[in-house]
Ligand binder design. Sequence first.
Ligand code: SF4
Length: 235
Amino acid sequence: MGAEAFFREQRAAFGHTLATQGTEATLLQAWDSFDGNVAIQCEGQPPVDCAKGCASCCALRVTALAPEVFVLADYLRATAPALQRHGIDLIGAVREADAITRGLDETARVAARRRCAFVVQGVCLIHRARPLSCRGHASHDRGACADAAAGRVDEVPYSGPHRMVRLLLQAALQAALLDDGKAWGAYELHHALVLALDRPDAQAAWALGEDPLAEAAADVEQREAMAAGFDEMGC
Ligand code: SF4
């Protein structure tokens, strides 16, 4: 199946799930689709070298869609008391990271070398619920990632299939959200989480068509072209 046919198929599937089962079910569907399609696309490719304990790429700017932000905000609220008993203040860490990185573009974000708030002892504490943008970032060479994070090299051999599947699935999910009358942009993760945590009715407002995360938007300049691209690919 070609890329455009895949996009159309996934857009329709996400639209159906959004209408019949809601946002969280659609997000789970997107994550499952990512895993399944990456496995297919990676057949015969060099192995990915990512491993638990390596978080070299987690100092890059992370963007997430609104459903991903709301799932994580719920997770943070639900797990905060238990984590605090173990001395982990994830909500505090998100706020601290946001205070340091808010408004930085991709280049400045990398230069700041500030790791994502969810990295604890080299491990992503939200690995199973990490955004699509993180899922699509896989490397064939951990050493090159460490060198890039330290500023020693510019190039890292990233996995093409992970990137392609992520881009297509994220676009299909965004198109389905657009079709459904929802805010469909990409948001800087930490800033968007702070907005969602500070406004308990944020998800309800989003479900009604508002954009309560607008202040954290990371893609405003590209949205018009993206929407036109969705239309073209949807033909
Ligand atoms: S969410 Fe997890 S995988 Fe993504 S940047 Fe943060 S720590 Fe890394």
